[in-house]
Design a protein around this ligand. Structure first.
Ligand code: PLP
Length: 287
C-alpha cells in the first residue's frame, strides 16, 4: 500500500471571456489524482469503505477496453490493499492498450466476456460463474454507478464555496448527475450533457439512482441529449477543433469523450441566450 495524495476539494477556476455576461467556473475534478480522477474517485470512495466494512479482500468490476473506471478501480485496489478483477467487454486484444496495461500494472486481473454475456453481467448466473472462477468478491458495477457512488458525487457540491445558479456535467451512466443534483440548494439546477446517442433512457436512470441512494428523487435537473457528436467515443472535426481552441483560450485540454461535448453544448446554450446576464454556472470537469 502506498500513500495516496488526493487534491480534494478540487480547484474552482473562472473562465475568462465568456459571452453574454455569464460567469463560468470550472470545477477541476480532473486534478484530484492522475489515475483516480474526478467522478471515478468520488464514485469509488464509499464503495471502498463498504467493501472494507464487509471484510472483502477482492473487488470485481466491469468496463469497456478503454474504461477509466477499470483503471481507477485497479489504482484504488493497489492503494487500499484490495485484489482487483476487471471484467472487460469483448475479446482480449494483445498487446494490451495503454488503459488496460496500466490497470494490469496495478495488479488487476483482467478477464473478458463476449458482448452477449457482458450485457447479462448483472444476472445471478453470470455472477456465479465469476465467483467460481475468481473466488468471493465485492461487486462494484460498471462505472461505479450504484447508490454508494451517487452519494460520493453529491459531496462535490458542498465543496463549491461560491454562490452559483447552474451546474453542468457530462453524462455516461448518469450516476454523477444524480449525485450532483441531490446536493443542490434552493434555486439551483443541474444540466447533464449526454455523451451517448439516444440517451433518452438516462432520465429514468438518473431518477432511479436517486431513489436508490436517497430514497426519493431530489433537486432540479435535466439531461441534454443534443451534443453526443454521433455517439459514445465518436468525434468529429468540429469537436476536435473545439478542444484545440478551448485549450488555446483557457489552457485546459478537455477530454473529448465526455467533457468537450459538455463544454461545447454549454457554450452553445450560453450563446443561445438562455441564461440571464449575471448567471453563474459551474461546469464540472470530471476527468
Ligand atoms: C466516467 C466519466 C463520466 C461519466 O460519469 P457518469 O457518472 O457515468 O455519468 C464523465 N466524465 C468523465 C471524464 C468520466 O471519466
Amino acid at each position: 500500500m502506498t500513500k495516496l495524495q488526493l487534491t480534494v476539494p478540487s480547484p474552482l477556476v473562472e473562465l475568462r471571456d465568456v459571452e453574454r455576461g455569464v460567469r463560468v467556473l470550472l470545477k477541476r475534478d480532473d486534478l484530484i489524482h492522475p489515475e483516480l480522477p474526478g467522478n471515478k474517485w468520488r464514485k469509488l470512495k464509499h464503495n471502498l469503505r463498504d467493501a472494507a466494512d464487509a471484510g472483502a479482500t477482492r473487488l470485481l468490476t466491469f468496463g469497456g477496453a478503454y474504461s477509466n473506471h477499470l483503471l481507477a478501480t485497479a489504482a484504488a485496489g493497489h492503494h487500499f490493499g484490495f485484489e482487483t478483477v476487471g471484467v472487460v467487454r469483448g475479446e482480449e486484444h494483445l498487446p494490451l492498450n495503454e488503459v488496460l496495461r496500466a490497470a494490469a500494472a496495478h495488479g488487476m486481473t483482467l478477464t473478458y466476456l463476449d458482448r452477449t454475456a457482458y450485457r447479462a453481467k448483472a444476472d445471478p448466473d453470470v455472477l456465479d460463474g465469476l465467483r467460481r472462477a475468481w473466488g468471493e468478491f465485492f461487486l462494484i458495477p460498471e462505472g461505479g454507478a450504484n447508490a454508494a457512488g451517487v452519494r460520493g458525487c453529491a459531496e462535490l457540491v458542498a465543496e463549491i464555496d461560491r454562490p452559483f445558479d447552474v451546474i453542468t456535467c457530462a453524462v455516461g451512466t448518469g450516476a454523477t448527475l444524480a449525485g450532483i443534483a441531490a446536493g443542490l440548494g434552493p434555486g439551483q439546477r443541474a444540466i447533464g450533457f449526454s455523451a451517448l446517442k439516444g440517451g433518452g433512457f438516462l432520465r429514468s436512470d438518473v431518477a432511479r439512482f436517486q431513489r436508490e441512494a436517497f430514497g426519493h428523487e431530489l433537486g432540479e435537473w435535466s439531461v441534454d441529449t443534443g451534443y453526443h457528436f454521433g455517439g459514445f467515443a465518436r468525434r468529429s472535426r468540429e469537436l476536435d477543433a473545439f478542444v484545440d481552441e478551448f485549450e488555446r483560450r483557457h489552457g485546459v485540454r478537455l477530454d473529448w469523450v465526455y467533457e468537450a461535448k459538455m463544454m461545447f453544448g454549454l457554450g452553445d446554450r450560453i450563446r443561445g441566450g438562455e441564461f440571464p446576464e449575471g448567471t453563474t454556472i459551474v461546469a464540472v470537469v470530471a476527468g
